[in-house]
Design a protein around this ligand. Structure first.
Ligand SMILES: N[C@@H](CCC(=O)N[C@@H](CS)C(=O)NCC(=O)O)C(=O)O
Length: 196
């Protein structure tokens, strides 16, 4: 078994899987590829027709792409600690928040940095959208410690990797007024998994 990730360690989707596995205490060998190059070869296309990272390759050659699918696979194999919830209600809440975070935080941050194919004006609109979302999550976090409200979960993993990508690579900044978001960011960044 191995997981193909980017060699820089900066791409947000592979980072989700690295953080997730660190939280589980699982060590899976990583094969680090040059992003935008080695993932775009014909050989890699056979592993993942979308040519994106991360990809989990099992010992029988089966390949699983999509960070969420990879995380779910390991949750099913190693349920503890639960990162997708342990009751039907927790699972639904975590799914709800993770989807919202991916659509309303990750995507606008990603597009805000996509000036290679978006106009500056479009990228700026995505940046504003990401800011509105983060303001929303700051309010949410005034009433809960973690993103899904049921303890640390995959929702926090997805939010941290998205926000850090924005901070490090898209020139995004957390407004000092977002005190709850700052508190959450400090808390989840201090977990050893954040360095994975
Ligand atoms: N929805 C996918 C997104 C995967 C994705 O877009 N990965 C980026 C890195 S974060 C990538 O591999 N890009 C390859 C390229 O642009 O050549 C997932 O969650 O795994």
């Amino acid at each position: 078994m191995r997981i193909y990730v980017d060699e820089s360690g900066e791409a947000p989707s592979p980072r989700r899987v690295r953080i997730f596995l660190a939280e589980k205490g699982l060590a899976v060998p990583y094969e680090r590829l040059a992003l935008h190059e080695e993932n775009r070869t014909d050989a890699f296309r056979k592993k993942n027709p979308y040519r994106t990272l991360p990809v989990l390759e099992l010992d029988d050659g089966t390949c699983i792409a999509e960070s969420m699918a990879i995380c779910r696979y390991f949750e099913a194999l190693h349920p503890e600690p639960h990162l997708f919830g342990s009751t039907p209600l927790e699972q639904a809440e975590i799914e709800m928040w993770t989807r919202r975070i991916e659509l309303s935080v990750y995507l606008p941050i990603d597009f805000a940095g996509a000036t290679n194919f978006l106009s500056e004006a479009s990228a700026a609109r995505f940046r504003e959208g990401a800011g509105r979302s983060l303001r929303f999550y700051d309010r949410q976090l005034s009433e809960r410690e973690f993103m899904a409200g049921v303890g640390y979960s995959v929702a926090d993993v997805f939010a941290l990797s998205a926000i850090d990508f924005g901070l490090r690579h898209v020139g995004f900044a957390l407004d000092p007024a977002w005190k709850n978001l700052h508190r959450w960011h400090t808390t989840v960044s201090a977990r050893p998994s954040a360095a994975a």
